[in-house]
Design a protein around this ligand. Structure first.
Ligand code: GLA
Length: 430
């Protein structure tokens, strides 16, 4: 799968670059842009994490835990508005080999994006302002668990991942949740064993992301990583945290969900995402509701908002929540083939009213639709990242080829392609 080659004279500083990874799958993808990049098997991921752990720390890990990235089928920018979302877990996972320590030290090594990075510190160093980036996501969950009153020991951990990073597929949630499950297990907390415990871990991962890393995200990604089930989509109600497992058997209908990674830049910690959230919260205040979910009379609400911008943002959120209800009703009535117009309407609303798409996402979606996709839309936070296309299995290659050709025509870098197969939530794998 990959080989590590060490770097001599690694740079100084709290995070040290200690090697590079040669990813053979990635090389393959560079050669053929229409190839679907496969996820690692659990065995490949576990072996990769164990090898990195043993190479780095010279000891055996207590175990290996893994947690997935996600695509959201529909229900975008609704989570922080108390709305509904419908994610599935991807087969692409972050794997962590971890060993509990008897002291408060924390030693981390990761191999994301081809770089092997090392961080050594201790639990007291892990606080807002003390750690950043991948260390924040990794060690931050220990900070959040301890802050919630759990007894947490120091630990050594090695992370590897086949969740594409900065692609809007929740690679950071996969890290938080994999490490959260590992720390839960080795400290004997028992949270991972029940859905209620997992919901608590979700909240702690969101707390880490919001208050330690500084990304003002909602709970969609972490719930998708910890509360989904194989072959199911997760109907997540962000008002009360309840979930419903919705059968989502694409293969039974000869359907596939193609993920088109535009590879356009995407960042949540700054910029547009936070502005959208702030606009929604201000609009809720103006309308005298706790969240936009509580709006029952959309036209009346829009009439009370003076400015064009909040009108369009609120219209997206309220209509998107209704699209999730309609989508689930169709799926539960066995009418998966009829969901296309809802996916298309979701994208158009995100493009025109919420303004979080970008040229690459719009080109990917238009190309997929023109090549015969049942429906296509952006997924995740937007401003880059991925589009998804629901396709007849036999049309998958045509749709993929159309997206690749459209990108070449527009002078964009070739997209990367993945298959979204509804997979299981995070768990111990070894
Ligand atoms: C990102 C955030 C989620 C959610 C989506 C948009 O993925 O992390 O909380 O808001 O964007 O639906």
């Amino acid at each position: 799968m990959f080989v590590t080659s060490p770097i001599n004279g690694a740079g100084a500083g709290p995070v040290r670059r200690i090697g590079v990874i040669v990813d053979t799958q990635q090389d393959l993808q560079e050669q053929d842009p229409q190839e679907i990049v496969p996820a690692w098997t659990a065995q490949e991921g576990a072996e990769g994490a164990v090898a990195l752990f043993e190479d780095t720390f010279g000891q055996k890990a207590d175990g290996v835990w893994a947690s997935p990235g996600r695509v959201n089928i529909i229900g975008e920018h609704t989570d922080y508005n108390g709305g509904l979302c419908l994610p599935i877990a991807l087969p692409h996972r972050t794997y962590v080999a971890l060993r509990r320590r008897d002291d408060a030290e924390v030693r981390l090594v990761s191999s994301f994006d081809g770089e092997v990075l090392r961080w050594d510190g201790a639990l007291p160093d892990v606080h807002p302002g003390g750690v950043r980036g991948w260390v924040g996501y990794t060690a931050g969950i220990a900070w959040a668990l301890a802050g919630a009153g759990h007894q947490i020991s120091g630990f050594d951990a090695a992370l590897v991942s086949c969740v594409p990073t900065a692609a809007g597929l929740s690679s950071s949630a996969a890290v938080e949740c994999a490490v959260g499950l590992a720390l839960d297990d080795v400290n004997g907390l028992g949270l991972g064993a029940t859905d209620a415990g997992r919901a608590a871990l979700v909240d702690l991962a969101v707390h880490t992301e919001n208050d330690l890393v500084g990304a003002p995200t909602g709970g969609l990604d972490q719930a998708a990583s910890l509360r989904t089930a194989e072959g199911r989509a997760l109907l997540l109600d962000c008002q009360d945290g309840s979930v419903r497992q919705v059968p989502f058997d694409l293969a039974a209908e000869d359907l596939e969900l193609l993920v088109i990674d535009t590879r356009a830049k995407h960042s949540h910690a700054t910029g547009g995402y936070g502005q959208r959230r702030a606009t929604c919260e201000a609009a809720a205040k103006t309308l005298g509701v706790g969240t936009l979910r509580e709006i029952t009379d959309l036209d009346g609400a829009l009439a009370r908002l003076a400015d064009d911008e909040p009108v369009r943002r609120v219209r997206h959120v309220v209509t998107e929540i209704q699209r999730v209800r309609d989508f689930v009703a169709l799926v539960e009535a066995g009418r998966l083939l009829d969901v296309g117009p809802l996916m298309n309407a979701s994208h158009d609303s995100l493009r025109d009213d919420y303004e979080v798409t970008c040229p690459e996402l719009d080109v990917a979606v238009d190309a997929a639709r023109s090549a015969g996709a049942i429906g296509a839309r952006m997924t995740g936070g937007g401003f880059g990242g991925c589009a998804i296309a629901l396709v007849d299995a036999e049309k998958r290659d045509d749709v993929a080829a159309a997206a690749v050709a459209a990108f070449a025509e527009h002078g964009f870098a070739a997209p990367r392609l993945y298959a979204a197969i509804p997979s299981a939530a995070g768990s111990r794998v070894n």
